[in-house]
Design a protein around this ligand. Structure first.
Ligand code: ADP
Length: 399
């Protein structure tokens, strides 16, 4: 069985074709600059990447080109498009209705259209991706996998904000949480590598990338998470502020005359590691500058590590215990310096890492960095959202 996983962004379309018998990625790639030119980068194991500049006016045209590449003589991995058994779509936001992965139907698409106001950046491209797939691959079953659905069982006192209740009831202002597919994948993977039933584990999963979130997973269920109504809440990120005193927003708007859009741009695109360091949104660069003695870079890294620490501590309190901490995504998987700072002075909670293992970890596989004798396990686990989407698609597409 072959499953195509699609992840549509506003001007991009990422794809991976999985052989579900072996779990192997047969081909993957990215279409970029959709609607403003167009490029495709297509990769197959054992072959040179193929790159093409080609006019991609919309997601449908992009997908047509992807399919042509997948079954082309020169760069293809399948003989005909009939070999694509199902399509899985990554959808960032499922609102309150799409509480688990589900088959794509007209009803689902219509619902997602109604929640575009609370998901203006990611909603329209996700819908365009689904419609494109319906047109280009008619009759092929499709499944939508939502980043928010891992949080569908969070209790109301953790998702309702303490503002007038009508904003929740009438406007859908609540914590939704994001990166759920990644947190779900790494928590399940941890249980697998520990050889323990997930129902018996209390885990804090730290997805640290350009966007970052931290989730408390108790017995396999997410009980709380750092991102909220939007992916803006939580810890300091590449260019996002994370949680700040909300009055800073109105104060700056009043005193500087910023519009709502300008303020949103400041908090989304000019804050975080970039805003504090003044150097870069890339944690590698900021870490390197901090190591070279740059004070603002050091401050940005301290804010990040301390923010992660605070969430871990609060989730231990919420779960009344902790068996494991997992680090994943670009920073979590690669930056031992951040892991080391986060885990320093956490022995009261049972978190102690082996600095040598942390420094000399093996990339690309689940890696145990726990200090011998520590009460809590600490692991680095590479995330694989696409494979998780493929697994859900396999489970649901043919029902
Ligand atoms: P996104 O949220 O865009 O998917 P990623 O998960 O790729 O982001 O994470 C991007 C962050 O991860 C950047 O801050 C970058 O510095 C860091 N990162 C990614 N790869 C590496 C690497 N090989 N070594 C060190 N840091 C890395």
């Amino acid at each position: 069985m072959q499953i195509l996983v699609l992840n549509a962004g506003s001007s991009s379309l990422k794809y991976q074709l999985f052989n579900m018998e072996t779990g192997e990625v047969m081909a993957k790639g990215t279409c970029e600059r959709i609607g403003a030119g167009g490029t495709i980068t297509h990769k197959r194991p054992g072959a040179e990447p193929f790159y093409e500049e080609i006019d991609l006016p919309n997601h449908e045209e992009a997908l047509k080109n992807v399919i042509e590449l997948l079954d082309s003589e020169e760069h293809g991995v399948i003989k005909s498009i009939d070999e694509i058994d199902a399509v899985g779509h990554r959808v960032a936001h499922g609102g309150e209705m799409c509480r688990q992965s589900m088959k794509v139907t007209e009803k689902v698409i219509k619902y997602l259209e109604t929640i575009v106001p609370i998901n203006p950046l990611h909603g329209p491209p996700a819908i365009a991706g689904m419609k494109a797939a319906q047109d280009v691959l008619p009759g092929v079953p499709m499944v939508a996998v939502f980043d928010t659905s891992f949080y569908s069982e969070i209790e109301d006192f953790r998702y309702v904000y303490p503002i007038p209740y009508e904003f929740y009831e009438k406007d859908g202002v609540r914590r939704y949480g994001f990166h759920g597919t990644s947190h779900r994948y790494v928590s399940a993977k941890l249980a697998e590598v520990l050889g323990k039933p997930i129902e018996e584990l209390k885990i804090v999963t730290c997805h640290l990338g350009n966007g970052s979130s931290i989730t408390a997973v108790d017995g396999g269920k997410a009980i709380d998470t750092s991102m909220g109504f939007t992916p803006q809440e939580g810890i300091e990120m590449g260019t996002r502020s994370g949680t700040i005193d909300p009055t800073i927003v109105t104060y700056l708007m009043k005193t500087k005359g910023y519009s709502a859009q300008e303020m949103e741009d400041i908090l989304n695109k000019k804050s975080g590691l970039l805003g504090v360091s003044g150097l870069s949104n890339d944690c590698r660069n900021v870490s390197a500058a901090a190591a070279n003695g740059d004070k603002r870079a050091e401050l940005a890294i301290k804010i990040l590590a301390n923010g992660i620490k605070k969430y871990i501590g609060s989730y231990v309190a919420e779960m009344n215990g902790l068996d494991a901490v997992v680090f994943t995504a670009g920073i979590g998987e690669n930056q031992s310096n951040i892991r080391s700072r986060v885990c320093a002075n956490m022995s009261y909670l049972g978190i102690e890492i082996d600095e040598e293992k942390n420094e000399n970890f093996t990339r690309g596989v689940p890696f145990n960095i726990t200090k011998e004798g520590a009460k809590v396990q600490t692991w680095v686990i590479p995330t694989d959202e696409e494979y998780m989407i493929a697994l859900d698609t396999k489970k649901l597409a043919f029902n």
